[in-house]
Ligand binder design. Structure first.
Ligand code: TYD
Ligand code: MG
Length: 461
């Protein structure tokens, strides 16, 4: 007889407790415990020989000396999508479990279906618990790749049935859209609950490792941006990719948040078109608007997104405030940091900004975290305030400190090379970045600055 057991799970972090608690001892979240029925069936021949316990008593592994262990790197599956290969660290690794998170409507299903359709050399299985076969077919037609694809579609949510179908189809790559819709008969709670999500992932993990089949899992994210369900999900998988961007903009960024097989700072850039996602191999060209004559309030930053250098346009608008309190608003840049830079300008350099509204915008709907953009932000603000345009052949890379000093930033050579490649004539960098830098090597004027005064006198006289 199967014994029914229930436990309480923190819906925020997945902490398990035999009794209800007001506050989670693990993540300190209040009122997050929900009772879930956990029924472990007594017959131990479940789908993908699974239980949530990780030990496998039947097959004990022996310790092996490291140089005798063989592995083949060539066995990675390369997709025609260079951006995707790069984010994964050089193609799909056999037996890897990859989680793709992102807000609703951002394009996760599109990306995954496109992947499944784009590799005709291997058999793919796209499993959807969210859309019907007809809907998926319609989408595939839009992506206009379905004719030569070796792709099977399955609409199913029970892991038992899914593993049965996998045995018949024998795919080489599996996509699950999404993990929150799956349910395992091992566990009685509703699909999407913490214990279900964890159990289904555990079954998929075991399947991936034992058959060396790569499995991609789509995961929804909650309002605060984390992947819905337990944090343990992120620990279980090999790779976590985040698909992000502004739904109202066409650009999307696929970012590796965790990667056991490559760098976690890689990213891929896509453009959402009527016929699916198109890879953007030269991001700088689209992030800078083409203008005939320079306008004030615009500057170009040489920034890094992950490991990739790119040029991005920073736009500022400074105008006299109509009301008593000035407004500060920024899109794509941290507002706290904007306030800090404004305070530096006000206190150290006497710019009367406290009575003025300041709006800041990073072009392309991108969110920038690289501190090297500070210098371009300052330049754009002062350019707008003084109504003096900045020449469009200049670019900036430097972090600004509280005393108005310009600090060194990482990977300066890469930034300079990118600026040079795109035909800029000059780049302003921190003086502290010039050590060991061979300026003669580059076909671009490198202009070192130590303090904000230096840049003001160079640009605004
Ligand atoms: P979708 O992949 O369904 O998002 P998710 O699975 O992350 O929820 O993408 C949905 C959006 O993408 C939808 O608003 C329409 C848009 N889209 C295009 O613009 N072009 C296309 O070719 C496709 C398939 C979708
Ligand atoms: Mg979807």
């Amino acid at each position: 007889m199967a014994k029914t057991k229930s436990a309480y799970f923190c819906q925020n972090c997945g902490y398990e407790s035999p009794k209800w608690m007001g506050q989670c001892p693990s993540c300190k979240q209040w009122n997050s415990f929900v009772e879930e029925v956990v029924e472990k069936s007594s017959s131990k021949v479940p789908e993908w020989r699974s239980t949530t316990t990780t030990g496998n008593a039947k097959r004990a592994n022996k310790a092996a000396i490291i140089h005798e262990i063989v592995y083949q790197d060539e066995s990675r599956i390369l997709t025609p999508d260079q951006e995707f290969n790069r984010v994964l660290g050089g193609g799909i690794v056999p037996g890897s479990l990859v989680l793709i998170g992102g807000e609703p409507g951002i394009g996760k299903s599109t990306l995954m279906l496109q992947l499944a359709l784009s590799i005709p050399q291997v058999k793919t299985l796209y499993i959807s618990g969210e859309e019907s076969e007809q809907q998926i077919k319609m989408r595939a037609e839009r992506l206009s790749q379905s004719s030569k694809a070796n792709c099977y579609i399955l609409t199913e949510t029970s892991t038992q049935n899914i593993f049965k179908q996998i045995e018949t189809v024998q795919p080489n790559v599996i996509v699950i859209d999404s993990i929150q819709t799956l349910h395992s008969s091992q566990i009685e709670s509703a699909p999407g609950s913490v214990s279900q999500v964890r159990e289904c992932t555990a079954e998929l993990l075991r399947f991936a490792k034992e058959t060396s089949t790569p499995v991609f899992i789509v995961g929804h994210i909650t309002k605060d941006g984390s992947i819905a369900g337990p944090k343990v999900l992120e620990h279980m998988v090999d790779t976590v990719l985040q698909f992000e961007g502004d739904r109202h903009h066409v650009y999307r960024i696929l970012r590796a948040v965790k990667n056991r097989f490559g760098s976690a700072s890689e990213l891929g850039i896509y453009e959402m078109q009527g016929s699916g996602l198109r890879e953007v191999s030269n991001p700088s060209e689209i992030m800078i608007s083409q203008r005939d004559e320079p306008v004030s309030g615009v500057s170009i930053a040489a920034m890094l997104e992950g490991m990739r250098p790119m040029m991005i346009e920073v736009q500022a608008l400074v105008s006299n405030s109509a009301f008593g309190t000035a407004q500060r608003s920024s899109t794509g840049y941290d507002t706290k940091r904007l306030n800090m830079l404004l305070a530096v300008l006000e206190k150290r350099f006497g710019f009367r900004l406290s009575a003025q509204d300041v709006f800041l915008n990073i072009a392309g709907g991108l969110r920038v975290e690289d501190p090297a953009i500070d210098l371009a932000v300052i330049v754009a603000i002062i350019s707008s305030q003084q109504d003096i345009p900045i020449q469009s052949n200049l670019t900036f890379a430097g972090e600004v400190g509280l005393s108005g000093e310009i600090r060194a930033v990482n990977r300066i050579e890469q930034r300079i090379q990118e600026a040079e490649k795109l035909g800029f004539d000059g780049i302003f960098i921190s003086k502290f970045n010039t050590k060991g830098l061979d300026a003669k090597k580059y076909n671009i004027a490198i202009r070192p600055v130590a303090k904000l005064e230096d840049i003001f006198s160079a640009l605004f006289g």
